[in-house]
Design a protein around this ligand. Structure first.
Ligand code: GDP
Ligand code: MG
Length: 171
């Protein structure tokens, strides 16, 4: 029988409300972007399968359904996550200053060994508040890779998930 995939990884997106988590997932899985707010789609996760060399890597991408607004993300959301995508908005400094709180949640619920990546989203914004080097420094201090992305113009969206898939496959 033919196997559908060689690897399956659960990827979990977190970060303040409004940073663009849902937009990143929609851009990646559906290739679309909308500047009107994106409502909850009522599913727990999206699926995308990538071909990396000879292996089919299936990504199960979990997006919050707005729970982050009320700080009600629970342990079950993080359960058996292979990677955490921690997102802030480069044009909203509060979302950057809140990163330590999110990291504390990750340690509490997902443990220390889970792979983590830091994402500064909305790199297309002309009204930047957080410089690239600040994101890089925070990521370095916390042992994470770092990328700036834009769900609006697609910058680094494919690269983000490809990098994650490769790293997880090779781990
Ligand atoms: P979430 O609450 O983290 O899921 O954020 P959303 O994906 O709902 O996005 C919140 C708002 O930011 C929406 O109005 C999006 O259109 C906008 N947005 C998301 N990503 C980007 C981006 O890369 N660039 C710009 N300029 N706006 C974005
Ligand atoms: Mg959302």
């Amino acid at each position: 029988m033919e196997t559908e995939y060689d690897y399956l990884f659960k990827i979990v997106l977190i970060g303040d409300a409004g940073v663009g988590k849902t937009s990143i997932v929609r851009r990646y899985t559906d290739g679309i972007f909308t500047s009107a707010g994106i409502p909850t789609i009522g599913v727990d996760f999206c699926i995308k399968t990538l071909q990396i060399g000879s292996s089919a890597v299936k990504l199960q991408i979990w997006d919050t359904a707005g729970q982050e607004r009320f700080r009600t993300i629970t342990q079950s959301y993080y359960r058996s996550a292979d990677a955490i995508v921690l997102v802030y908005d480069i044009g909203a400094s509060l979302t950057f200053r809140n990163l330590p709180e999110w990291l504390a949640e990750v340690e509490r619920y997902a443990g220390n060994s889970v792979h983590r990546i830091l994402i500064g989203n909305k790199s297309d914004r002309p009204d930047r508040e957080i410089e690239n080097v600040m994101g890089k420094q925070f990521a370095d201090e916390n042992g994470m890779p770092f990328l700036e992305t834009s769900a609006k113009n697609s910058e680094n969206i494919d690269a983000l998930f490809l990098q994650l898939a490769k790293t997880l496959r090779d781990t």
